[in-house]
Design a protein around this ligand. Structure first.
Ligand SMILES: [Fe+2]
Length: 91
């Protein structure tokens, strides 16, 4: 259901550790969004569905926080993200 951490942080070079943590954080937050939406779809009580959907929305903010930090530290990611958006916009 949840992704396992794709890296062993103990093996990540010190110069890469912050970027690796931020990428792993983004993965965890995206997993959480998916999980909460799946829970919301299955829950019976409307109040539970509503809270789960709200929590999923909050997790999207967390993705944004990690992404903003990662883009400060990874200029290649920043360029490629913009390039990907441009390619989609042009479709
Ligand atoms: Fe979160």
């Amino acid at each position: 259901m949840m992704s396992s951490l794709p890296i062993d942080l103990d093996k990540v070079p010190a110069a890469e550790i912050d970027r690796a943590i931020l990428r792993a954080g983004i993965i965890a937050e995206l997993d959480a969004i998916s999980l909460y939406y799946q829970f919301a779809a299955k829950a019976k009580l409307p109040k539970i569905k509503k809270v789960l959907a709200e929590i999923a929305r909050e997790e999207k903010t967390h993705v944004g926080e990690f992404q903003a930090l990662l883009l400060e530290l990874d200029k290649e990611q920043q360029r490629e993200l913009a390039k990907g958006k441009k390619e989609v916009d042009e479709m």
